[in-house]
Write a protein that binds this ligand. Structure first.
Ligand SMILES: [Zn+2]
Ligand SMILES: [Zn+2]
Length: 271
């Protein structure tokens, strides 16, 4: 998913095809958050093709925030290790229960790959985001699966407000530690305007490494019960599979009484 035009979460295998199909320019993306290294979330070749000689568009330096396992995966291509500098990437190793600030925009360049000035990097608005990480209940702990809260504090969209997203993919029921971390944020007054929660198992049985629709809806409601949802918060289900998830129209009808909408490719959520 892309926040504004400069922050990408999870560079999965279809991100380039989707950007072309949906006419979303990814050249301005300057920061990337990675939840975990499973291949539906992290396609290493997406980064590899940023190398000099392969890209005709001047690209800004990309700050990538990911676990150590995700960074290792990102920098491997055809059994070779990639130098982050060669792909215009700066890596930041993160773990669960951290808070950090991401800044984008402002003055960019010049792009040293184009010393003749034949192409200039895209210019975007200066923005600032605060990111909190949580431990996802998913797969083996060694890959340090994460999910994120992202709050925009500066930039054109944040004039006098702090739009805030919970992006919670590839997780089963939240751990006590994760609920405690969310409660601490709630205690500081944080409210989510948009909540995106894993719904992989659809109408199937309860899951531990993902959620079904019932578990997802319970988590949406629990966020509300714990006072973490802004008035009119947009509640979204996502990360569907073919195992137990009805077609979009049936899914939307199933979720509508719960005030939850199914996400889909190309969905735009104004906040
Ligand atoms: Zn996964
Ligand atoms: Zn996944």
């Amino acid at each position: 998913m892309v926040i504004n035009d400069d922050l990408l979460i999870d560079p999965g295998p279809d991100v380039l095809a989707a950007s072309i199909r949906l006419n979303v320019d990814l050249a301005p993306v300057q920061a990337c958050l990675v939840t975990h290294p499973h291949t539906d979330h992290l396609e290493a070749s997406t980064f590899f093709w940023r190398r000099k000689g392969f890209v005709a568009t001047a690209l800004p330096l990309l700050d990538v925030y990911a676990s150590s396992a995700s960074i290792t995966r990102m920098l491997q291509h055809e059994r070779r290790e990639i130098d982050p500098a060669a792909i215009q990437v700066r890596t930041h190793t993160i773990g669960a229960f951290q808070r950090f600030v991401v800044t984008t925009g402002g003055e960019i360049g010049p792009d040293t790959r184009f010393p003749d000035g034949s192409t200039t990097p895209p210019q975007t608005a200066a923005r600032r985001y605060v990111v909190w990480t949580f431990a996802a209940s998913h797969a083996e702990p060694a890959i340090e699966p994460l999910f994120f809260a992202v709050q925009q504090t500066h930039g054109p969209e944040a004039a006098g407000r702090t739009p805030t997203l919970l992006y919670s993919t590839d997780t089963g029921p939240y751990s006590e530690q994760t609920w405690a971390a969310l409660a601490r944020l709630g205690g500081e007054g944080l409210l989510f305007d948009v909540t995106v929660i894993d719904s992989t198992s659809g109408l199937g049985p309860d899951s531990r490494g993902h959620m079904n629709l019932r578990q997802m809806a319970w988590h949406q409601d629990e966020l509300g019960r714990r006072g973490l949802l802004a008035a009119g918060a947009r509640r979204l289900a996502h990360h569907f599979s073919h195992n137990g998830t009805p077609p979009h129209e049936e899914l939307a009808a199933h979720l509508a009484p719960l005030d939850i909408s199914p996400a889909y490719d190309g969905l735009v959520v104004p906040v």
